[in-house]
Design a protein around this ligand. Structure first.
Ligand SMILES: NC(=O)c1ccc[n+]([C@@H]2O[C@H](COP(=O)([O-])OP(=O)(O)OC[C@H]3O[C@@H](n4cnc5c(N)ncnc54)[C@H](OP(=O)(O)O)[C@@H]3O)[C@@H](O)[C@H]2O)c1
Length: 264
């Protein structure tokens, strides 16, 4: 069982804590936040660079999940580096210097930073990229729907457009009622249409993504990883396993997938 600490216990952190506590793979040991409020039945500490190392020695963990603010890693980074603790951070946006610091942590410990930690959206992005490779001739449109008050095009829709190399004019935004978040990528083929759809339902989805990430990360050595890399690692391990079992056969003996490398 992985022993975890959670940094940040706000709107997202509370939902994530619930998911981690319900998951038998994890033992959520404590929560760190700006204030030492006591609205949770877990040990809670006020994050302070001067004392956090002592806290970790008394409350050891294998991994940390961060849903706090962009500056907090500067308070705990060195303490986890020295103790070889892996880190999943979901902070939406870091200043460039802090991102450089996270990369430097990756030289000593396993770190994953993801501004979008929802498992389903990351899978949607990967699947869309694959389909674009398979069918580069297909038209692509992106539709995003959110609650009436959301002002701008969603960051996820822009990221999808960037990933798929389509211009922002191909994003349609609808604002209605209380929709939490709907993203759809439509591939228009000449004789068929493929729609890949993700709907956000509750904040707990962030917890599912964080759980996937910390579980995968705990098996890896030091490095700075993206959510994509963790997904690809899992898919590649699964494919390798299926090949070993003989349930799938690689198209070519050397698995290179290239006809021109087959013997004549
Ligand atoms: N990647 C994703 O998909 C994803 C999804 C959701 C949220 N997020 C990110 O997660 C973060 C939290 O979002 P939220 O909506 O939960 O915000 P929130 O409700 O304002 O909660 C922030 C929490 O972080 C704590 N905190 C803030 N700065 C801190 C610091 N310097 N040191 C220690 N604790 C600190 C706060 O402590 P107190 O409780 O003491 O005030 C609070 O518990 C944001 O950066 C957000 O962008 C990312």
């Amino acid at each position: 069982m992985l022993r975890l600490g959670l940094i940040g216990y706000g709107k997202a952190g509370q939902a994530v804590a619930g998911v981690l506590r319900d998951d038998p793979r994890f033992d959520l040991r404590w929560v760190a936040r700006r204030s030492a409020a006591d609205d949770i039945d877990l040990p809670t500490v006020e994050l302070d660079a001067a004392t956090f190392g002592h806290w970790l020695d008394r409350h050891p963990v294998d991994g940390i999940v961060d849903f706090s603010g962009a500056d907090s890693v500067l308070a705990y980074g060195e303490a986890i580096r020295r103790r070889g603790i892996c880190l999943v951070t979901a902070i939406s946006s870091y200043p460039a210097a802090t991102l450089d610091y996270l990369h430097s942590l990756g030289r000593d410990i396993a770190v994953m930073a993801s501004p979008n930690i929802t498992l389903g959206i990351n899978f949607l992005m990967l699947a869309s990229r694959m389909l674009r490779r398979i069918a580069p001739f297909a038209d692509i449109e992106i539709v995003e729907q959110h609650f009436r008050e959301k002002p701008e095009i969603s960051g996820t829709a822009r990221k999808l457009a960037e990933t798929l190399d389509v211009r922002d004019e191909h994003i349609t935004s609808l604002r209605l009622g209380g929709i939490v978040g709907h993203h759809e990528v439509i591939f228009g083929f000449p004789h068929q249409t493929v729609r890949l759809i993700h709907n956000s339902i509750r904040r707990e989805a962030f917890g599912t993504g964080a759980a996937f990430a910390i579980d995968q990360l705990s098996r890896l050595g030091p490095g700075f990883y993206s959510f994509d890399q963790l997904l690809l690692q899992l898919i590649s391990d699964e494919l390798q396993h299926e090949i070993e079992l003989g349930t799938i056969k690689p198209a070519f003996p050397d698995s290179s997938g290239r006809r021109d490398r087959l013997p004549a």
